[in-house]
Ligand binder design. Sequence first.
Ligand SMILES: [Zn+2]
Length: 163
Amino acid sequence: MICEMCGKEVPQTRPVIVEGSRLNVCPGCSRFGEDYRASSSKGAPVTQSVIEERLEKRERRMKSKDIYAGSASVELVDDYGGVIRAAREAKGMDQEQFAASILEKKGIIAKIESNSLIPDDKIIKKIEKALGIKLTETVQSGAVVGSGAGSKRMTLANFIRKE
Ligand SMILES: [Zn+2]
């Protein structure tokens, strides 16, 4: 049996009511809920959607917190060379003309367009400005909260412990 609150594999679970929702939980988690049989006669159950709504709010909070906690880095897009080539050709320039327009050597442009040379920040800025394109993207690093199977149960368990 798997505890529906903490996700632990246990020999036996028991049904309890947690904020109006029936869950089969392990003995350790059963203290967070009311006994199923005892509360089922009381009536006026809290609907499942209330819990879900509160969980969603919490998940949103955790996600936005994550964005601040994780570190962001600016990285070149994967096919920067292809992006540059397409934009340059759209402007009707060959590599030589384009190189001259941003005061770089044609060989440099050729290497950048074949993704064999990573341009430095200064050249990136010049190319972006000259062609009106964006060559960088902001990449978020850090743990992603709320993904994967079973995370909702963990979230519920954490949620209840903190309330
Ligand atoms: Zn449990």
